[in-house]
Structures are given as structure tokens and as C-alpha cells.
Ligand binder design. Structure first.
Ligand SMILES: [Zn+2]
Length: 459
């Protein structure tokens, strides 16, 4: 009989039985207590036994239960009873510590249901163990508070809030929802939250209100891409608006050419320009909407806040009444969010990663049917090898922005490097002697690394 089937040195194996599904291993503790824990006396006598069934890691495809005859001892000097404590066992869960850890790790890769199936435990237990495991990981990995923070939304069963580090292209956390209370609570417990300088976000009032309440020093900047996306959406509305006037063939043609309408004029090929010309000549509404979309983009080419506002106001006045309904969402958003939209022209921070993050989440969501939000969150935040330990300097960007080829359907949007104004550059920090030995800082899960891991099937 293999004495080491358990590979737990603190146990002596007495008997191994197996059936189709399970190993039943009878064992006892190698070293019985020799002294009373209360008084140190060596005069201990046996005082009853109690069989416990301890769960352990599945072995050879079978579930494992260890039957341990725990003995109770009584001290003849002080009268106290001593219960043999079980080494390597998580007393609260009546299973080995290594099983707890294994369940935690497995739950990052597989559904709770399949881990439950393998261990013979119920799903609720698996979920609880996983929660403890995540808490441990959270204590182990403390991510640096971003100085430039991105607050984003991703869709995972329902909308969730993502906290990101813009300078590092990393995810720092994912919150179960995007309510103000949730965000306030999260930001409030952040270490050095007073060091956050900028927060780039979408036009979502609870985010703005939470940041204003908890980090009043942080400047809120509405992400440029969320604003110009609305100009593209207006273009789409104009296109859909004329659909009713078209026959099937024309409709198909327009659907086919929709990307031309969303593309920047300066990026059109000759053929695309020709197609665009055809549509806009036949349908003046499309031409007008296209002109407005293009001129809205030029607001973002402004050199200052004042310039941007002047450009916007001129633009808004130039929207003819018959086209206005298509652009009304954009106009309303701009007037509701004007101060924060205009902040961009003082501090050109933007979430360059939004699109790559969204595609990452989409793929994970598709692969992760049956996973809970907590499991996907843990996978993103705590996957080994995905953490970024060095502070990157903001990416270099030439003075003129590089616009995406075309708008909404393009993943290209996210690949525009964010802008680093010369004024933002900080002097390089010189390490003081005592800082040299600090553990490396952890800036969170690197989005590009996560995508690489996912593509390699390692996530
Ligand atoms: Zn004693």
C-alpha cells in the first residue's frame, strides 16, 4: 500500500479503499500531542475519539476523502482536554488547505459547477471558497492608485464599472455595477486617492458625481472618443432616416457604403470619395449630415478651450432644423457636459484602451458562459504574468491627433495613442536610498498582456 498517496507527511495512512468515483483513505496523525497546551504537563491520557471526514484534492480522477480518527486527550494535572489538531486542514471547511487553494485556482479557469462535480462538494461551497481565495489575492496584490484614472463601462451580463490606469494601460479593478454608491465606496477606500490628478470618463452622471464627492481635486475630462462617437451615431441616424425612401437594392447599397459615411473625408480613397459623392448628391440630407459630422470633428482640432467652444458654437448654429433631430443627442450631451468636455483642451487625457478592453471582455464573456462576474473579474485582475510593475511613460504622440479611419464599427478607435502634452511631463523621480529596496510597484493587469494570454489560450 502506498504510504505516500496523500503526500502529507503529518499523516500515517492506515487503509486505502476505492470505488468507481472515490478514494476513501483512513489515516491518523503521525505525531500525537505529548504535552498539555495549557500547563505543559506530559501526563496526558486518552479521552475519546472522534472520526472526521476531510476532503482533499481529487486524485487520479477520483474524489478523495480522508477519514481521520482524531483523539482527545485529558491532562491529569490541570484537567483540561486537548483535541488533536489536524495539520494541513482548514478546520472551518473540514478540508485540506491545499484543496481550498486548488478550488480557488480552478475556479478561475472553470465554472463553479465543474469544480463542484470534480470535488463532490456543492456549488455554494465552491463559490464561498472562491470568494475567500479572491480576498486573499486582493490582499496579496495591491495595485497602485492611478494618477490618471479612467472610469469606463463594460458590458458583462449587465453594465459594470472598470477602473483603469491610463498612463499604464492597465485595469485596476472591476466593480459589480456603475451606481454612484458603488463607485463612491470604491474610490473612498483607495489609498492616496488625493493623488489622482485626472479622471477620464464617459458622460455618465453617477461617475462624475462620485468623483466630485470623493476626489474633489481630480479634474474630470470627458473622453474625446465618447463625444466624437456621438457625431458618428448622428450620421448613422441620418442614414437610417432615409432608408424608407429607398428600394431594396438602394438600401443594400447604402448599407454597404455606410462605412464611407463614417470615414473621415481626408482618409477617403478616390473610389470611396466617388461613392460618397453619389449618395450625398442624391440625398442632400446625407450630404448635410456628413458635412456636420466632419465639422464636429474639427472642434477637437481646436488649440484651446476657448477655441473649442467657439468652434462648437459656430457648429451648433450651422445645424439646419431638418437635420437637427439626428444631432440632438450630441447637442444635448455637449451642453450638459460642456465644462468637462472642454477640460480635454487643457489636459488631453483619454482612454486609449477602451476598445481593446471591450474586445477582451467580449471574448471572455463568450468563452466564459457559466462564469460569475466575480470569476471573470478575478481572472482579469489576478492572472499570473499579466501584472505591470513598471510605470510607463505616456506614449509619444505627434502634435496632430491621428483619427480613426471611421467611427463606430472600427476597432481602430482604441488604437489612437493618448495625447501627452509637454506640460504634463513630470521630472523623472530619483530614487532615495530607502526606496531602492521597496517591493516593485504593481500597476494592475496589463490590457495588452491579457489579450496576448487570451489569444494564446492561457487565460
Ligand atoms: Zn494541563
Amino acid at each position: 500500500m502506498p504510504t505516500n498517496i496523500l503526500n502529507l507527511t503529518d499523516y500515517k495512512i492506515a487503509r486505502v479503499e476505492e470505488d468507481d468515483h472515490d478514494y476513501h483513505i483512513t489515516a491518523e496523525i503521525s505525531n500525537a500531542p505529548t504535552v498539555c497546551m495549557a500547563c505543559g504537563s506530559e501526563r496526558l491520557i486518552g479521552h475519546g475519539r472522534n472520526e472526521q471526514v476531510i476532503r482533499d484534492i481529487p486524485t487520479h480522477g477520483k474524489r478523495v476523502a480522508i477519514y481521520v480518527d482524531t483523539r482527545r486527550w485529558r491532562c491529569q494535572d490541570c484537567g483540561k482536554t486537548v483535541m488533536e489538531s489536524l495539520p494541513a486542514v482548514n478546520a472551518r471547511r473540514v478540508m485540506t488547505e491545499r484543496l481550498c487553494k486548488w478550488i480557488g485556482q480552478q475556479s478561475m479557469k472553470r465554472t463553479f459547477a465543474s469544480v463542484a462535480e470534480d470535488t463532490g462538494l456543492d456549488e455554494k461551497t465552491i463559490r464561498n471558497i472562491f470568494r475567500d481565495y479572491v480576498n486573499e489575492l486582493e490582499a496579496q496584490f495591491r495595485f497602485e492608485t492611478p494618477q490618471w484614472m479612467g472610469i469606463d463601462e463594460i458590458y458583462l451580463i449587465k453594465p459594470r464599472c472598470v477602473i483603469a490606469n491610463i498612463q499604464n494601460n492597465t485595469v485596476v479593478d472591476m466593480l459589480a455595477n456603475r451606481n454612484k454608491d458603488t463607485v463612491v465606496k470604491y474610490l473612498f477606500q483607495m489609498k492616496h486617492r488625493d493623488k489622482v490628478q485626472f479622471v477620464a470618463m464617459d458622460m455618465w452622471a453617477p461617475y462624475r458625481d462620485a468623483v466630485t464627492a470623493v476626489m474633489p481635486q481630480a479634474k474630470i475630462v470627458i473622453d474625446k472618443f465618447h463625444v466624437i462617437k456621438m457625431a458618428n451615431e448622428a450620421m448613422e441616424k441620418a442614414r437610417k432616416g432615409i432608408r424608407a425612401d429607398l428600394d431594396l437594392k438602394q438600401r443594400r447599397g447604402l448599407m454597404h457604403d455606410r462605412f464611407v459615411l463614417l470615414k473621415r473625408q481626408r482618409d477617403l480613397t478616390d473610389k470611396e470619395a466617388f461613392n460618397l459623392d453619389g449618395w450625398t448628391k442624391n440625398y442632400p440630407v446625407l450630404g448635410e449630415a456628413y458635412r456636420l459630422k466632419e465639422s464636429f470633428y474639427s472642434v477637437y482640432e481646436a488649440s484651446s478651450k476657448e477655441d473649442a467652444l467657439a468652434r462648437y458654437e459656430a457648429w451648433s448654429k450651422s445645424v439646419p432644423p431638418e437635420i437637427r433631430p439626428h444631432f440632438s443627442d450630441l447637442i444635448r450631451a455637449f451642453s450638459n457636459w460642456q465644462p468637462w468636455i472642454l477640460n480635454y483642451f487643457d489636459h488631453k487625457v483619454t482612454n486609449a484602451y477602451t476598445e481593446s478592453l471591450n474586445s477582451l471582455i467580449r471574448v471572455m464573456d463568450r468563452m466564459g458562459r457559466g462564469y460569475s462576474f466575480e470569476a471573470l473579474r478575478a481572472k482579469i485582475l489576478f492572472t499570473e504574468g499579466a501584472h505591470k510593475h513598471k510605470l510607463s511613460r505616456p506614449k509619444f504622440e505627434r502634435m496632430r491627433d491621428v483619427e480613426p479611419d471611421y467611427g463606430i464599427p472600427a476597432d481602430a478607435m482604441g488604437y489612437c495613442a493618448f495625447v501627452a502634452e509637454p506640460v504634463m511631463a513630470r521630472p523623472r523621480k530619483v530614487a532615495k536610498p530607502h526606496e531602492l529596496y521597496e517591493p516593485p510597484k504593481n500597476y494592475g493587469a496589463d490590457i495588452n498582456t491579457l489579450i496576448e494570454l487570451l489569444e494564446a489560450g492561457k487565460l
